[in-house]
Design a protein around this ligand. Structure first.
Ligand code: ATP
Ligand code: MG
Ligand code: MG
Length: 430
């Protein structure tokens, strides 16, 4: 990918924008960009610089991302939701050997919620923390939707980043980075190396106290399968490498504090507006990452901002339990999309409105004229409360949680909750 039209090759110590930004560490990467910790010599503080691939389509996408981020910044910085969306600080273009790269400057944020899911070994993160995350992401979404007229379209744990309250101290303590200076450490090695460090594999960390030999074996087998599946579905930086080793951002906001109480100060921000779009545009193209994709998107309807609420519910379920809410698989008789729609109907009942069953671009691929599924005849209905009972290990009241998630999982997006309508739900305050 480091070729004409691709990523810009960055070396530690490089400067961008006439010497203003000095590159110090790699923070992450994605399909479209690499993201670096840099020192801003003008404002005398650190920042994150996203350097986008140089081919035309990436450059155009980046310019669209910038116009959305500028709208977010110029709309209402006093809105409580503004604080929960990653803010653009600056942008510019950089000429490199592979072409012209759009660069976006953000405040430095920490690890993603996916890295927290892993830290808690896919068994769910503490419920008090999930409530805080839910509350803040709802504020952020409400701001995007109602005030900015923006749909995120790719809400998932990887795209929600944890705010690091004292970045400068953390950088000094962990990396010996003081302002623009980096004190060489013995393991500096690879000059393009990332901020990611390897930790013991998840399998070594699993708490197996009190389990029988057989139970231990079963648990490890289950986790191994999960890790392998995850690796296939994950696309972006700072993930497990091929040995199943967790590569977690060292900008872990608790700075190594294993005490669960350290998580009570959690603040999160919605990041990666690279796929976001305007609510005023009429869209029916494929959006969202598979596990967080809504029924109307699969069926090819014109979707709205309600698609983000569907993704949010899927994400919150995953934070609570460590498991995907929907994890569709194809078979010889039906497609992955068939299985996905079937799983949704099994969970929420046969509640797809005729508009979605019959009138969308792909409706006829899933439903016959009687409104029954074409390729999957036998549906095994379950309900959200039971599914939560099976997968959730915490102490929270499941009735209230079910009551909170259900409006966001309405198959009919017109009946689905908006961020504003759900953000004062008693589950969040409980
Ligand atoms: P994608 O394939 O997800 O669309 P992308 O090329 O659009 O990727 P981002 O998702 O914006 O890039 O960023 C890639 C990664 O860089 C993130 O997953 C995260 O690990 C890291 N990152 C992004 N922004 C920041 C930030 N402000 N502070 C710290 N790390 C960041
Ligand atoms: Mg991303
Ligand atoms: Mg992106």
């Amino acid at each position: 990918d480091y070729k004409q039209g691709g990523y810009h090759r960055v070396l530690i110590g490089d400067t961008l924008q006439d010497g203003r930004y000095k590159i110090q560490l790699k923070l992450g990467w994605g399909h479209f960009s690499t993201v670096w910790l840099a020192y801003d010599s003008k404002l005398e503080r650190h920042c994150a610089v996203k350097i986008v691939k140089s081919a035309r389509r990436f450059t155009q996408g980046a310019k669209e991302e910038i116009s959305l981020l500028e709208k977010i910044h110029s709309t209402n910085i006093d809105s409580p939701g503004y604080q929960h969306v990653a803010q653009l600080l600056d942008h510019f273009e950089h000429e490199g050997v592979n072409g012209t790269h759009v660069c976006m400057v953000f405040e430095v944020l920490g690890e993603s919620l996916l890295s927290l899911i892993k830290r808690f070994k896919y068994r769910g993160i503490p419920t008090a923390m999930v409530k805080k995350v839910a509350d803040q992401v709802l504020l952020g979404l409400d701001y995007l939707h109602r005030e900015c007229g923006i749909i995120h379209t790719d809400l998932k744990p990887e795209n929600v980043l944890v705010y690091v309250p004292n970045v400068e101290t953390l950088l000094q303590d962990r990396f010996h980075i003081h302002g623009a200076e980096t004190k060489p450490t013995s393991d500096e090695g690879d000059k393009t190396s990332t901020a990611a460090t390897s930790e013991p594999s998840i399998l070594e960390q699993v708490d197996t106290k009190g389990l029988t030999k057989n139970q231990k074996k079963k648990l490890k087998k289950k986790l191994k399968k999960k890790i392998q599946h995850r690796r296939k579905t994950e696309s972006t930086g700072n993930r497990e490498n091929k040995d199943g080793i967790v590569m977690s951002s060292v900008l872990d906001f608790t700075a190594g504090d294993q005490d669960v109480n350290a998580y009570e100060n959690i603040v999160v921000k919605i990041a990666d507006l690279g796929n976001a779009c305007w609510m005023k545009d009429e869209c029916n193209h494929l959006i969202q990452t598979r596990e967080y994709r809504s029924p109307e998107v699969i069926l090819g309807a014109n979707w709205t901002e309600k698609a983000d609420l569907w993704s949010l519910a899927c994400m919150l379920f995953e934070l609570m339990t460590g498991e995907f809410l929907f994890d569709p698989r194809p078979s010889s008789k039906y497609s992955k999309d068939d299985d996905h729609i079937a799983q949704m109907v099994e969970l929420m009942g046969d509640t797809l409105p005729p508009r979605l069953k019959h009138d969308c671009e792909f409706s006829h691929e899933f439903f016959n004229k009687d409104g029954n599924m074409l390729h999957i005849k036998k549906l095994r209905y379950r309900n959200l409360h039971d599914v939560l009972e099976e997968t959730y290990r915490g102490e929270d009241k499941l009735d209230l949680l079910t009551q909170f998630l259900t409006p966001m999982l309405q198959l009919d997006d017109e009946k689905r909750a908006s961020a504003a309508s759900i953000m004062n739900h008693p589950w969040l305050q409980d």
